[in-house]
Design a protein around this ligand. Sequence first.
Ligand SMILES: C[S@@+](CC[C@H](N)C(=O)[O-])C[C@H]1O[C@@H](n2cnc3c(N)ncnc32)[C@H](O)[C@@H]1O
Length: 293
Amino acid sequence: MAPWHDDLQADIEFETLSPTSRLLKKAVINPLANYMPARAVRAMLRFGRSRFAEASWNDPGGWRSMVLSYDADSPQLADKILISGGTMPMALRNRKRLAGRVLARLINHCDKGEDVHVLCLGAGPGAIIMDAICQAQRPARATLVDINTDAFEYGRRQAAQRGIAERVRFIQSDVREMDRLLDSPPDIVKMLGICEYLPDDVLLPIAQAAARVMPGCGAIVLNSLEPTHGVDRFFRRVMDLHMIHRTPAELIALMGEAGFSDFLVFPEPLGVFNILVGRRISDPAPEPQKDSE
Ligand SMILES: C[S@@+](CC[C@H](N)C(=O)[O-])C[C@H]1O[C@@H](n2cnc3c(N)ncnc32)[C@H](O)[C@@H]1O
């Protein structure tokens, strides 16, 4: 039987940049975005009624700016420039397409008689797992955990429109509490779009908790983020977005401490994100005991 990742990216419609666009961004656009006075750029975005900027200012790293990037249909000119032409939103759309495919394949190849259970941490409205459930050739269901409930109504509407309302369950919680939330162990744990907002000392206990709730050989799916988008300074100063860049090797080393191994790495073509798929192989660390009063 062919491995689950055979020809994985074959017919995915990725967004790419021509050599001229890359050069133009590197030499002109990125330095301008990074070094123009932040106050002036913010004023321009406010004047242009950018929904993307507003979403980011209201909730840096939140789900709304992510959905705006995925849909790329904001009517505002400022958003058309930022979202359609920006390397980061393009890479986010690539990540969504690639991760949807990865998850669908993992679901198809899961060695289990009943519905495959996917646990989505920091799920937002669940756009990626819904893509995967719809693409997969065998039934799956998802538990979507997010600390904010404001994505849930949008997510439930999307699920209903796609005919999979019965397959998704939204739960409001901090992901660190995940042990207490589940009705059954997950076969796959998905942590996309969240690691880049969490420092190592927060991420590691979450990965350890994920390892504790998973059966042996369960898959974990996450993404690395690298500064190849070229506009980190712009995101920090203008969008209030402070992302943590990690190479796949750094993330794999951290996940190794939580008991995950055998990682496969799938890059999206802009070189900003990699999708990482690892397996829970060693026995996870026991849950730390809370001090008794
Ligand atoms: C950038 S969004 C990503 C949404 C989705 N995973 C995606 O990739 O499209 C990050 C989400 O993580 C959630 N989040 C951040 N910290 C969290 C925590 N400690 N527990 C649960 N959710 C959290 C935020 O509320 C937000 O909806």
